[in-house]
Design a protein around this ligand. Structure first.
Ligand SMILES: NC(=O)c1ccc[n+]([C@@H]2O[C@H](COP(=O)([O-])OP(=O)(O)OC[C@H]3O[C@@H](n4cnc5c(N)ncnc54)[C@H](OP(=O)(O)O)[C@@H]3O)[C@@H](O)[C@H]2O)c1
Length: 284
């Protein structure tokens, strides 16, 4: 792909940072936009950092300046609490308008595998709303729907959030009956940067490719299908934990994950396995 100017809104987040690294690795000029510019030690060498809040009153001016000369705008923002979620709706509208006004030729928006089948989950409804903002906008758009990142499961297995109390009781809580096909964030970044080449760019691996250039939806998932229990067991083994996997029903998410909608067997784009990711990251 010829060198392009890629602006990654949310470029300091988990997925966004991986996109910044991958785009730089392929020789693009990269600008990362988020509310906070990280200290130099946490910046990716070679990227330019710009502060802009996509939902603030000055968003049009700040985003407009950040998008000057951009060929592609990538949206990897996130907001999971109801208050923060407006970055996925109002924020998307500001980003899409600023991209149009700056003459940007392509928006690549990071979304979730089969998200339109997850209507029981409020967050997924918000993600569908975000997708629609871009599809209704003037900038040609590729929706990049990814399966759950390997990192996603740590919030159940390891962190003192949802499963905190259960962890202390000696269990590794997982979504009962869940069928998953997790993908590494570096593979997601590869897919995003593949898609940045053009509205009809081919991706370097098996994907589900729907719609037409400019209104395209590409789905990518990981290299293997695993169930929730299997993931929890592998996580415990890699962390040297004697906690015992415990399957729990989770309203909303549970039905989506049990239905197989979190998988995409026709889109095994990812190369990095969950075990490889655990070997790299586990604190055993
Ligand atoms: N986790 C998964 O398994 C998974 C799977 C598929 C798709 N996805 C999608 O991937 C996307 C990225 O997720 P992530 O986990 O990488 O998110 P993340 O780590 O929470 O990063 C979010 C980014 O958005 C920026 N941001 C938040 N509010 C902003 C605002 N008002 N204006 C400008 N920037 C703002 C944050 O920086 P500041 O806080 O400095 O502003 C940060 O750079 C999400 O849309 C998610 O739905 C996630």
């Amino acid at each position: 792909m010829a060198e392009r100017t890629v602006v990654v809104v949310g470029g300091t987040g988990l997925a966004g940072r991986a996109v910044v690294e991958e785009a730089l690795r392929r020789g693009h000029r990269v600008r990362a936009v988020s509310r906070h510019v990280p200290p130099a030690a946490r910046q990716v060498l070679g990227a330019e950092y710009v502060a802009a809040d996509a939902v603030a009153g000055d968003a049009p001016a700040r985003l407009g300046a950040a998008f000057a000369g951009a060929d592609v705008v990538v949206d990897t923002v996130n907001g999971e609490t109801p208050a923060a979620a407006k970055v996925l709706t109002a924020g998307a509208a500001s980003i899409a308008l600023a991209a149009r006004d700056a003459g940007v030729g392509l928006a690549v928006v990071l979304s979730i595998v089969n998200v339109d089948r997850g209507g029981a989950v409020g967050y997924y409804r918000t993600k569908v709303a975000q997708e629609r903002v871009y599809q209704a906008g003037a900038v040609p758009t590729t929706l990049l729907r990814a399966a759950q990142f390997h990192d996603f499961f740590d919030r159940f297995f390891g962190r003192p959030t949802l499963g905190g109390a259960l962890s202390r009781l000696g269990t590794v809580p997982y979504l009962r009956g869940a069928r998953l096909q997790p993908i590494d964030v570096t593979d997601v970044a590869r897919a995003v940067v593949d898609a940045c080449a053009a509205p009809d760019a081919p991706l370097d691996g098996p994907v589900r490719d729907e719609g037409e250039p400019g209104r395209r939806t590409v789905t990518v998932a990981g290299p293997e299908e695993l169930d929730g229990r299997d993931l929890a067991r592998r996580w415990a083994a890699a962390h040297g934990s004697r906690r015992v996997p415990l399957g729990l029903p989770v309203p909303g998410y549970g039905a989506f994950f049990a239905s197989g909608d979190a998988t995409a067997p026709d889109a095994r784009y990812g190369r990095v396995t969950y075990d490889e990711w655990l070997a790299r990251t586990a604190r055993a």
